[in-house]
Design a protein around this ligand. Structure first.
Ligand code: LRH
Ligand code: MN
Length: 396
């Protein structure tokens, strides 16, 4: 590879961080069951320890996303504990995820619930999450809403839009000057007739209506099969509404599989749109790259290390697209040459350059092998086996 290519990859990786989800280290499953792993994180301290280990091995994930109900069950009272863990494990709290989908009162929705008292409860929780983010010096609050309905005629879709608009406007008034509200959309599940925030357009309009510090969060698993996700990304970049990503992969629906395991070219095409935008505008996209996966079968630590390494490789490949040449080929409608210019970068084996980046940062060339040789898995398995034992889950 030319020095120019290596230089492009090094510069791209220096600017690339990806945030890990605390819940990706815990025992998770599907409605058909949860297969327990003895080494799984069983406390927020375990999650910081695991995230800290992945960052120590990869140098690319200095923050961990927190899900308030799971990681700060006592809300603001847990902030000091989190600050101590961040200190101890060298990993900063990242995006703050409210949870208005788990509790019983949210059966018919949270901000979209016909019951004003329940809407108020959900609003209060999200406002507390803004305060938690402020106390932890976290920039992004990223609520996802399971809200919707399962049968036609059972809810007023328009009334619920109004309730969401009002509530998100209220949330926005509580944001600190540097904070952002990232609105995540999802077409279905757990609601199977309508979901209140089902696609990028709905999230876009609600974010715009909420206020200038609100943006859209794109979870790659939250799209219908035929949707062109990178085109959505292009629109969000063009309109200044691109807030961040929840990266994962899927074959069917919101499968939450490891990034690049099914369709690595999809993530490459997304990174290409961002690199093209940054090249054309000379600006940095101000995008929160985050992982949102649940590792039901793979070892959670290995799956997370695999994910970070794959993200680095796909980001590096996209950085090798000759933007100037491609722009010319697009202008002259040189279809085959343009396609080969883009796809050619995807075929480049960037791993030697990524290893060089790791060496230059005193990091192991092969984080997965370094992890396997570290004894970390054996240690946490011994420590956590008892705490993870006896937790049997069944669908009914
Ligand atoms: C919903 C979602 C959301 C999270 C959850 C863990 O499917 O993507 O981002 O809160 O997964
Ligand atoms: Mn998500």
């Amino acid at each position: 590879m030319t020095d120019k290519a290596t230089e492009l990859v090094i510069r791209a990786l220096d600017a690339f961080n990806i945030e890990l989800p605390s819940w990706g280290f815990a025992n998770t499953g599907t409605r058909f069951g949860k297969f327990m792993q003895a080494a799984a994180a069983n406390s927020v301290e375990d999650k910081f320890s695991d995230a800290g280990q992945v960052h120590a091995l990869t140098g690319a994930c200095p923050t961990v996303a927190l899900h308030v109900q799971w990681d700060l069950p006592n809300g603001l009272k847990d902030v000091e504990g989190i600050q101590k863990l961040a200190q101890k494990y060298g990993i900063r709290p990242g995006s703050i995820n409210p949870n208005v989908f788990q509790d019983q009162q949210y059966k018919y929705g949270s901000l979209g619930n016909p019951d004003a008292a329940i809407r108020k409860q959900a609003l209060d929780h999200i406002v507390e999450c803004v305060a938690i983010a402020r106390a932890l010096n976290c920039r992004d609050i990223s609520p996802w809403f399971a809200d919707g309905s399962n049968y036609p005629g059972t809810q007023s879709i328009r009334a619920r839009i109004g309730w969401f608009e009002d509530a998100l406007k209220e949330v926005h008034t509580h944001l600190g000057p540097k904070q952002r509200l990232l609105i995540e959309y999802k077409p279905f599940e757990p609601a199977f007739y309508h979901t209140d925030i089902a696609d990028w357009g709905m999230a876009f309009l609600l974010a715009r209506a909420a206020g200038p510090q609100s943006r859209v969060l794109v979870d790659t698993g939250h799209h219908y099969q035929a949707q062109n996700i990178e085109q959505i990304v292009a629109w969000l970049l063009h309109t200044g509404m691109m807030g961040g990503f929840h990266f994962n992969d899927r074959r069917y629906a919101d499968d939450d599989l490891t990034l690049g395991s099914i369709d690595p070219y999809q993530i490459f095409r997304i990174f290409y749109e961002i690199h093209a935008f940054e090249w054309e505008t000379g600006t940095h996209g101000d995008i929160a790259y985050m992982v949102d996966q649940s590792h039901n079968l793979k070892g959670k630590m290995e799956a997370m290390i695999q994910t970070v390494c794959t993200a680095q490789e796909l980001h590096a490949k996209a950085a090798l697209v000759d933007q100037a040449r491609l722009a010319g080929l697009q202008k002259s409608c040189s279809l085959v040459d343009a396609e080969e210019c883009l796809r050619g970068a995807f075929w480049i084996d960037v791993r030697p350059m990524v290893q060089e980046w790791r060496r230059s940062h005193g990091l192991p060339e092969d984080p997965l092998r370094a992890f396997r040789e570290s004894g970390y898995l054996e240690r946490i398995t011994a420590e956590r086996r008892q705490r993870n034992a006896g937790v049997v889950t069944s669908y009914a």
